[in-house]
Design a protein around this ligand. Sequence first.
Ligand code: MRU
Length: 356
Amino acid sequence: MVKTIQWSEGKVIILDQSRLPLDVVYVECKAYEQVVDAIKNLKIRGAPAIGIAAAMGIGLAAQDIKAERFEDFVKALEPAYRSMLSARPTAVNISWALERIKKILERNRDHSISSLKKILVHEAERILLEDIEINRTIGMWGAQFINDGDCILTHCNAGSLATGGYGTATAPMLQARDQGKSFTVIADETRPVLQGARLTAWELMQEGIDVTLITDNAAGALMQKGAIDLAIVGTDRTARNGDVANKIGTYSVAVLCKEHNIPLYVTAPLSSIDFSIPSGEQIPIEERPPEEVTEIFGKCRIAPQGVRVRNIAFDVTPARMVRAIITEKGAFNPGDIKELAGHTRQIEKLRIKKEQ
Ligand code: MRU
């Protein structure tokens, strides 16, 4: 399994995803600003992974603080919180991780500053380890939707690289493989940053999973031929009503799935569900630099100089287009996930079983 990020000897070590699959290079961050830069420039990306990076970044920021009182220590962390939060707006995992960090600090306010610094690093490492376990559980619930002989479409990268490890959308695939099921995967290349081509294809090949790469435009033609049985994607932020924000192009996949009666599953750890917003309309959608569209990785210009560009990085798929949202608590109808906030009802009753 690929190691996306880890804390080692006072540094945050990040596998530089902007250079994959050609170069496997690790970036060593000694200051939180370097973590912010890595998040902004997609050296680390994927909702759960950037949540972990933000928590580790706060761990780094804390080490340099000279404060002696709890209040001063917490105040001195604020610039780091602000930079992390503004690094990428769509994924809710950054604010989720920061909230968790703030709570752990508050709970331990009686400790010395040097012990608080250790507690922060420990908590960030816990977020990472828990994420891997959560992904395995998502895989366990999700594998039931994969049948022998299926061909699964996936979009962007919601694999190990996008998480602490094991992935979300890839987790049901890994579990199905371990259960002895035989299936194939189609990876959309995912313009403009090519997470599907560069990352998902690379990861799945390393796992020995039969993967075929297609251009984003080819998914419809394959569905028309009956070549795709189901689609599984991840999410950056899912609203309380089950609307799903994910990589640009996910909505197009959802519309195609609807037309061809193909089930679309969304894998979503609870850390990616924003129970505070009623619908997808409130999800902030990141727009990224035009050069990602007009150039091939800064090496070759492919559009006229001066052309107007909109590089919209995410879209929102309405809940009604999603067959099930697969979380670590089980698979649910999108309309039922609001019940997961604080587990207000017996969620066992709401879990959906294998597709009939
Ligand atoms: O811009 P990216 O590469 O960070 O976008 C990532 C995605 O859209 C993933 O599908 C999402 O973060 C889920 S990752 C488990």
